[in-house]
Write a protein that binds this ligand. Structure first.
Ligand SMILES: Cc1cc2nc3c(=O)[nH]c(=O)nc-3n(C[C@H](O)[C@H](O)[C@H](O)COP(=O)(O)OP(=O)(O)OC[C@H]3O[C@@H](n4cnc5c(N)ncnc54)[C@H](O)[C@@H]3O)c2cc1C
Length: 483
């Protein structure tokens, strides 16, 4: 073939060659980009790290697997009030998060007027409704005499507030406390709690693990310490809690908008290769991005599917491959009529039935307005819902709610459903340290692996949830700045 017949000169040929996909293990290479730092994940931790590095003059690329910003902060914009399927609420003590919202222009909403609604839940156990007045003397109340007035959804937190031996929020990783790295169940038994009290107060709607048997007491203590610290921080503050206008997802979105380069969405990372010169990040569409350093904000449940070269070893490898994430499913419903006015009970429920925990969202113009209902499926219920077809799970939960509350029959419109376990970019919700795992690897999980650094709520030490994510992003950015 003669160049003149194809109309191609040497310059255009070179240009054409540079755009031909190269074949790699990951498929064709679509682009080779270079930055100082690549951040994997556009959740709060990754975005906080990226913004801090950019503000220090670094060139940062953020790669995100999903088609949206926010990670485990996700707001349902198609439902009145924009209820949350992820990070739900936070207090003024979430200093980094509040600061980011103010700095990057996400408007905060003071939710203090609606907090009391949250604590009024209709108790239903063994298919019986028990009013708040009847609860203290109910035969189904297993709590010690002095605590009998506490509702089953309040007992555990108040108990932990009074018996938690940790004095600071970072004491859970102090080797001096390793003796508490046993199951929460065993520790509560040592503290005089009965099986029946643990079953009702913790296992009926577990926040960590399937039951108190499979989470470390140290993790429960840290969670309680963090909650206690947050309550102290708001003691003299008239504002007790916040969400963001448009839903909490507006905060990571505002953070992403403040970055110099747009977050690259729909980029699922499948491999990270480092050598003396830098790091290559491979995505499932064959794209390769290069940088001097990389921060991964992926939770361990997705990081363990990424091929890392050189391989991780020791405690860190154990952490990445064994740390689990909580399973939680949510069903969002819109009530066509306020059926709770008909049966005279609170729309909120705490039940040992399939419907689990029902919370009315008060996100309208007036605090009393109910904009939607959120059903939280945790523990066994979430595990069951994840095993069956989504529609089967949804129908069963709605049927259970209608069975318990006949006034709700035909009044519930399904507006949204989320399984965090089935979401491939999280494969679960917040991280849960099993008995023994805090001492096994909590202090090693975030160690840099050569040029690869880690952030994400699972690596936070002093804070939890959204503020933990922010803390971890800050720490990872500082690691790079001081490297
Ligand atoms: C139902 C629910 C309720 C919650 N309630 C609260 C609350 O009230 N208060 C509170 O403080 N916290 C709460 N949280 C926790 C809080 O939302 C999280 O701790 C926090 O958002 C985690 O941020 P992160 O940056 O660590 O992780 P993520 O937000 O998960 O960010 C990690 C990012 O990495 C991306 N990613 C993962 N794998 C890959 C891959 N292979 N390739 C490319 N990208 C990838 C993900 O898509 C994600 O965007 C809640 C969470 C849930 C789910």
């Amino acid at each position: 073939m003669n160049h003149s017949t194809t109309g191609m000169n040497r310059r255009t040929l070179l240009k054409a060659i540079s755009s031909i996909p190269l074949l790699t293990a990951a498929g064709p290479v679509r682009a080779l980009n270079k930055s100082d730092v690549i951040v994997i994940g556009a959740g709060l931790s990754g975005l906080n790290a990226a913004l801090l590095l950019e503000s220090s003059g670094m060139n940062v690329t953020v790669l995100e697997g999903r088609n949206r910003i926010g990670g485990r902060v996700q707001s349902l914009r198609n439902i009145p009030g924009n209820p949350e399927v992820g990070g739900t609420a936070f207090g003024p003590g979430y200093a980094r998060l509040v600061d980011a919202a103010n700095k990057y222009g996400a408007e905060l909403i003071d939710i203090t007027p609606i907090i009391p609604y949250f604590f009024n839940r209709q108790i239903n156990l063994q298919n019986q409704f028990i009013s708040n007045d009847e609860w203290a003397t109910s035969p189904l109340n297993p709590f010690p005499e002095q605590f009998k007035k506490l509702p089953p959804y309040g007992y555990y937190n108040i108990l932990m507030g009074s018996i938690n031996p940790l004095e600071t929020t970072d004491a859970w990783v102090d080797p001096a406390n390793a003796k508490f790295d046993i199951s929460l169940h065993d520790w509560l038994k040592q503290m005089g709690q009965t099986d029946a009290a643990i079953e009702l107060a913790y296992n009926t709607n577990p926040t960590h693990g399937m039951s108190a048997h499979d989470i470390s007491a140290l993790m429960a203590m840290q969670s309680a310490s963090f909650g206690g610290m947050q309550r102290k921080l708001v003691a003299n503050n008239p504002v007790k809690g916040y969400t963001a206008k448009g839903g909490n997802q507006s905060i990571p979105e505002a953070m992403a908008n403040a970055l110099k380069s747009e977050v690259i969405l729909n980029t699922e990372i499948i491999g990270i290769r480092s050598n003396a010169d830098g790091v290559e990040v491979h995505s499932s569409d064959g794209t390769i991005h290069r940088a001097q350093r990389v921060i991964s904000s992926m939770p361990c449940t997705t990081l363990r599917r990424v091929k890392i070269d050189p391989v991780m070893t020791g405690k860190q490898e154990l952490a990445v491959h064994t740390l689990q994430s909580q399973i939680i499913n949510q069903l969002h419903l819109i009530a066509k009529t306020p059926y709770w006015e008909q049966d005279g009970m609170s729309p909120n429920m705490f039940t040992d039935s399939l419907a689990g925990m029902v919370i009315a969202e008060h996100k309208g113009d007036k605090p009393a307005d109910v904009t939607s209902l959120t059903v939280w499926l945790r523990g066994d219920r979430a595990a069951w819902a994840d095993q069956v077809d989504t529609q089967v799970a949804i129908n069963a939960v709605v049927a259970d709610l209608e069975r318990l509350r006949p006034a709700a029959k035909g009044q519930l419109e399904v507006a949204g459903y989320k399984s965090w376990y089935r979401d491939p970019f999280s494969s679960g919700d917040w991280s849960i340290f099993a008995p023994g795992q805090v001492t096994a690897f909590a202090s090693d999980i975030a160690n840099p692996h050569g040029r690869l650094h880690f952030c994400g709520e699972h690596t936070a030490v002093s804070n939890r949830g959204m503020e933990g994510a922010m803390e971890s992003g800050e720490r990872a950015a500082l690691e790079i700045l001081s490297a």
